[in-house]
Ligand binder design. Structure first.
Ligand code: 5GP
Length: 194
């Protein structure tokens, strides 16, 4: 997505060879017009999939997932990172390890909001090792619902997440793919301009 590549070039900050900071437009300050364009792109990519629900993880996934859900006219459901006080029998739970933060989070979703008839589009802000996406997919599958695809705003293609998800049989659509963050520079995977 050309708009996203330009925004990453202009506003992204390379913290080190592994981590890109995007708090100017994606996960702290949010540009609504830009996020709407992101949502439209995901909605176009998955238009033929008869999606019934968009699922993401709090908090950074919510903005792109919300715009996508609005375009597809389906509900958005976000997994929580902290258990609420409801009975554990009422929730689906998975453990997700974050390499960036070096912590494990229990993510939870209420059983009320996922059903075997659901055809789910998973959305997240970043794809690195695939932990978050796999955790969400396992939750969808606990509910015996179907994962129709996984939409990622920024994929770090030099990390193994994409390949692991493809190997597991999931459709993965990333709006930008980063080949490298070496030498403080963002290099995109070629032929990735939608
Ligand atoms: P994964 O679960 O695929 O290993 O990592 C994805 C999650 O880690 C995303 O939900 C995102 O919050 C966080 N993350 C991974 N890499 C980056 C990065 O380079 N920058 C930022 N800001 N977050 C990242």
């Amino acid at each position: 997505m050309k708009l996203l590549q330009d925004t990453v070039r202009r506003e992204g900050i390379v913290l080190n060879d592994q981590v890109l900071k995007v708090d100017a437009f994606l996960n702290h300050q949010i540009d609504p017009a830009f996020m709407l364009a992101v949502g439209k792109q995901f909605a176009d990519l998955f238009a033929e999939e008869a999606i019934t629900k968009v699922v993401t993880i709090e908090s950074s996934g919510i903005a792109p997932a919300m715009m996508t859900a609005m375009q597809l006219q389906v509900p958005l459901l976000f997994a929580r990172k902290h258990k609420s006080l409801t009975l554990t029998s009422d929730i689906y739970t998975e453990t997700v390890y974050s390499y960036t933060k070096q912590v494990s989070n229990e993510i939870t979703v209420s059983k009320k909001f996922l059903h075997p008839t659901d055809n789910v589009l998973i959305i997240d802000d970043f794809l690195a090792n695939g932990e978050a996406a796999f955790g969400l997919a396992r939750i969808v599958e606990q509910a015996e619902a179907r994962v129709a695809g996984i939409g990622i705003v920024i994929e770090k293609s030099f990390q193994p997440g994409r390949q692991k998800l493809l190997d597991a049989g999931y459709r993965v659509e990333s709006l930008v793919r980063i080949a490298s963050l070496e030498k403080g520079q963002v290099t995109f995977v070629e032929n990735n301009v939608m």
